[in-house]
Design a protein around this ligand. Structure first.
Ligand code: ATP
Length: 454
């Protein structure tokens, strides 16, 4: 099995328990996915690594978990009600919907949505070649109603980004943590966008997870912090194993900047079948968010610098990462093949070279045979180590086959218990990457894996 295309990743992810189609038994809900037993571990590890780098290891960034539902005024102030739209066109023939900006991009043209321009630029339906309607703006926010009474006043939105929960809590965090500027607030959570053309597996879905951090600074310092964050976010991906040649920066052109941004860079990943596409963003949001929320709420979201006796609205440097896009990138980047080993009949075997911190299962427990005393000892050791690490037990098939199964899902260590173990109290630990095997005393295992895994 080779993994070169997105399609192959989709099928691998399904067959190995990483990612399933949502509501599959009902024919599936398009562009919605469920993370299976291994996928949830991988994604959790991505989120944990992000939290560790962004919150735990820093004393200038605090965590937050704000509600998905927010006061409807938030989305007026943020500009989403008016401006969070994508340019939509319908095919007059096959009725398929498209994002007009993507159609222009595909032709290598600069978007122009003025009436008549689609025809003039000879942009047609990519599916059937039909004529397209004029461009209209489509708001991406999901609407629902809150409370038991239906009607206008109860309209509420599912948040399309997590950062607004951070802005409205700026003063709560600043005051309770008694923190001077600059400092940041970070959170991980679900966001929802009624994307016109979702697709490419978990790259673009309507329900996804963001990992966002907002850094509040004095405007005079912001360029320095902007550059710092840009480098930090990029190196975070490299540190966790993304290959350098698959990662790059792309600066937003003036005319593609979002309504709030004065400078923006994407970190792009070279996704299989798609090429370089946005994985994360670093944005200079200026004082847009805090001044708009001050204006709409009547609450002054200012900072008083007592030392310099200066009152000002902080500027914001935002780092915005998608947990799903990151999970897909780490997964895609980790596939390697090696020529058949360990009695394998396969020509090439997959080794998922995930960083150990991201690997769903850290240690697999493999008794050499199904003899009761081996099973018992294996389970006893597993029970102890499972207090610290995610583990898996597997006793079916030859040992070579079981190693291959673990290599495929990226398990860094396999631990084999054999008949000698009953006598010498040692087990064999095999390393996924070097395939080297070591005999380790059972009583030393905790220390051994602490050094290897922590
Ligand atoms: P795109 O141009 O691809 O639509 P965007 O510029 O709208 O993305 P942002 O608003 O900057 O994206 O969102 C921040 C991050 O959230 C993105 O870098 C991405 O990782 C993630 N993200 C945004 N939309 C989606 C989606 N529909 N599905 C999965 N992740 C998403």
């Amino acid at each position: 099995m080779k993994i070169n295309s997105l399609e192959e990743i989709v099928s691998f992810a399904k067959s190995r328990g990483f990612i399933f189609q949502s509501s599959e038994i009902y024919g599936g809900l398009s562009s919605c996915y469920d993370f299976g037993p291994l996928g949830v571990e991988l994604k959790n590890n991505v989120k944990k690594a992000w939290w560790k780098a962004m919150v735990q290891k820093r004393d200038d960034v605090f965590g937050l978990d704000s509600a998905i539902f927010m006061h409807p005024k938030v989305w007026e102030a943020s500009g989403h009600l008016e401006g969070f739209t994508d340019p939509l066109v319908d095919c007059k023939k096959c009725k398929k919907r498209w994002r007009a900006d993507h159609l222009y991009e595909n032709k290598g043209l600069k978007p122009d949505f003025k009436p008549g321009m689609m025809n003039k630029n000879e942009i047609r339906c990519p599916e059937c070649g039909g004529e397209l309607t004029e461009v209209r703006n489509f708001n991406l926010m999901f609407k629902t109603e809150m409370g038991v009474v239906e009607g206008e006043g109860n309209t509420i939105y599912l948040r399309p980004e997590t950062c607004q929960g951070i802005y409205v809590n700026f003063l709560n965090v600043q005051k309770t943590m008694r923190k001077k500027l600059p400092f940041g607030i970070a959170q991980i959570g679900k966001a929802f966008r009624n994307e016109i053309t979702p697709g490419h597996f978990i790259f673009r879905t309507r329900e996804f997870e963001q990992m966002e951090q907002q850094y509040f600074v004095h405007p005079k310092d912001k360029k320095e912090y902007f550059n710092n964050w840009k480098e930090l976010r990029f190196s975070w991906y490299l540190d966790l194993g993304i290959k350098k040649e698959n990662l790059r920066f792309r600066q937003h052109e003036k005319d593609e900047l979002a309504h709030y941004a004065s400078e923006a860079w994407d970190i792009e990943y070279n996704y299989p079948s798609m090429g370089f596409k946005e994985l994360a963003g670093i944005h200079d949001r200026g004082d847009w968010d805090l001044s708009r929320h001050s204006q709409f709420s009547g609450e002054k979201l200012e900072y008083l610098d007592q030392e310099n006796n200066e009152k000002y609205i902080p500027h914001i440097i935002e780092t915005s990462d998608g947990a799903d896009r990151a999970t897909l990138a780490f997964l895609a980047d980790a596939f390697e093949t090696r020529v058949g080993s360990e009695n394998s009949k396969h020509e090439e075997e997959i080794v998922l070279k995930l960083d150990k911190r991201l690997a769903p299962i850290k240690i697999a427990f493999l008794p050499l045979s199904k003899k009761e005393d081996l099973q018992e000892l294996t389970k006893k050791i597993q029970k102890e180590l499972a207090k610290e690490w995610m583990t898996m037990y597997d006793e079916t098939g030859s040992i070579g086959k079981r190693y291959r199964r673990q290599d495929e899902i990226g398990t860094p260590y396999c631990l084999t218990v054999d008949f000698d173990s009953l006598e010498d109290k040692k087990v064999t630990v095999r390393d996924r990457d070097t395939m080297e095997q070591e005999r380790i005393m059972i009583s030393d295992l905790k220390k051994y894996f602490s050094e290897k895994l922590n």
